[in-house]
Design a protein around this ligand. Structure first.
Ligand code: 4AD
Ligand code: MG
Length: 455
């Protein structure tokens, strides 16, 4: 019978906690991951969500009935095993090093033939079976790293005086360009799924000083890339009395903390992912900073030499001053540095309407992107915000945005306007980088991509 809870005589133990029960009798419950055996021995690799451990069934230690039952187990069958925990350095599993010398086996359900077998499957097939694929050890590791990254994000902000104030998902206006809006019907009025919570964050800092919002954001991205989702999670801190230079210092502290926390708390997971940890260990403040002008010069010199973009089959494409970077440009720039690199002062024309232009040089704005190393591209976008009401009203007009819905936003510049800055960090981009993934789709349990929103 199933044993639930911790009150029973032989309490159920999480596989991750087996090390605390060496030589004791325990019960584990989970699913069969793999099975091997011969003669008098059956080895069941059992997963319970917290880890994987091998249960060893030795005929003689378990009843004949239970031993025979084990032979009928199929992959993903649900089961309960009772036995004695043994420390064994060579025992396979996650984290490994402990196994269960089984005494009893209860089968909860014999699983139907499971579509995902240890053999290689195509990504399309795996994506269609995402609801099952999540059980495999790589996917398990990724989602656990994600959860730790999110915990690190919240811990750092909560410990540094930021108040979590959540912002609406249903919004009347575009904030990050009108080309990626998901439109919905708000009782007869058009509304859009939030691309960002930033504009509301800007209202909130005048009440709370330092804030962050953290939630899903939506972009109808029409191009198919390895880095873009239609729905992604973004954490957005916003800070009153903060300029661009101070913003960069906050970002490098924040990102370093997240990466170091994942390294510390996710050793088993990163081992499953075979992640090169030396590159992550280098992520400590300060990060290098380069001006957009300098980045353009580096790119065009590389293009003139015919340098290749790391990881791409092509040479670095030249760029015109004033253009936004493409993925190959970002990858090339990031590859020139060991650590994440800040690129600041992008051309005003490629950035959002709310960014503060540089004094005396309005063709560039006080914006900054943080590019991750190893080809993972932009993980943060941020800026100093325009704080003058007249300049901001002009920018809204220039971008052809509807005045009425931004009235409240202009108010923020009328009642005690201050220099303020903020940024948005994409959770999936960070998970992709920390885990070393080829594609952002694996960094969230049920990704929404250009071509797929099922299951
Ligand atoms: O650079 P973005 O568009 O900045 C903003 O939305 C600002 N309002 C943030 C702010 O200042 N409060 O997006 C910020 C980050 C990017 O650097 C990237 O990490 C992530 O959000 N991101 C995406 N991640 C996955 N799929 C997409 N389609 C993404 N678009 C942006
Ligand atoms: Mg950006």
């Amino acid at each position: 019978a199933l044993q639930m809870g911790s009150e029973s005589v032989n309490p159920t133990v999480a596989i991750a906690d087996l090390h605390r029960h060496v030589d004791a009798e325990v019960t584990i419950q989970g699913w069969l991951y793999r099975k091997t055996g011969k003669g008098k021995l059956q080895f069941l690799q059992v997963r319970d969500g917290s880890g994987i451990c091998q249960a060893v069934l030795f005929r003689g230690n378990v009843s004949d009935e239970h031993f025979e039952a084990a032979k009928a187990l199929t992959q993903e069958s649900s089961l309960v095993v009772h036995g004695v925990v043994k420390a064994n350095e060579r025992a396979p599993g996650i984290p490994g090093g402990y196994e269960l010398d089984a005494r009893e086996l209860d089968i909860v359900q014999i699983a139907d033939p499971y579509p995902i077998t240890p053999k290689e499957h195509g990504v399309e097939f795996l994506m269609q079976n995402r609801h099952l694929w999540l059980r495999s050890s790589r996917q398990w590791a990724i989602q656990r790293v994600r959860a730790v990254a999110i915990r690190a994000i919240r811990d750092w902000l909560d410990d540094h005086g930021y108040l979590n104030v959540d912002t609406p998902i249903l919004t009347p206006a575009a904030a990050e360009g009108t080309t990626t809006l998901f439109e919905i019907d708000y009782h007869g009025e058009p509304a859009y799924l939030a691309q960002t919570g930033q504009l509301y964050n800007e209202a909130n800092i005048f009440a709370f000083g330092k804030v962050y919002c953290f939630g899903p954001t939506f972009r109808a991205e029409k191009s198919k890339t390895r880095r873009h989702l239609q729905e992604f999670w973004m954490v957005e801190p916003e800070i009153a009395f903060c300029n661009l230079e101070q913003l960069m210092e906050i970002e490098e502290q924040f990102v370093s903390y997240i990466v170091q926390r994942c390294l510390h708390d996710c050793q088993a997971e990163l081992a499953v992912l075979e992640r090169d940890l030396t590159r992550l260990a280098q992520v400590t403040p300060p990060f290098p900073r380069i001006h957009y002008d300098e980045a353009v010069r580096m790119i065009n010199e590389a293009a003139a030499r015919g340098d290749l973009v790391p990881g791409y089959p092509d040479p670095v494409p030249a760029i015109e001053w004033g253009d936004d970077f493409g993925s190959p440009h970002e990858t090339y720039i990031a590859a020139q540095f060991e650590k994440p690199v800040f690129v600041h002062h992008y051309p005003t024309q490629v950035k959002a309407f709310y960014m503060e232009p540089e004094a005396g040089r309005p063709e560039v704005c006080r914006s900054v992107d943080l590019l991750a190393p190893e080809g993972y591209g932009e993980i943060i976008g941020g800026s100093e915000r325009m704080s003058d009401p007249e300049k901001l009203a002009a920018a809204i007009r220039r971008h052809g945005l509807p005045q009425e819905v931004y009235d409240w936003y202009l108010d923020l510049r009328r009642y005690g306007s201050v220099v303020h800055s903020g940024f948005g960090l994409g959770v999936e981009r960070v998970v992709m980088w920390v885990c070393g993934l080829d594609h952002v789709r694996e960094s969230i349990a049920f990704p929404r991509t250009l071509t797929n929103m099922r299951p």
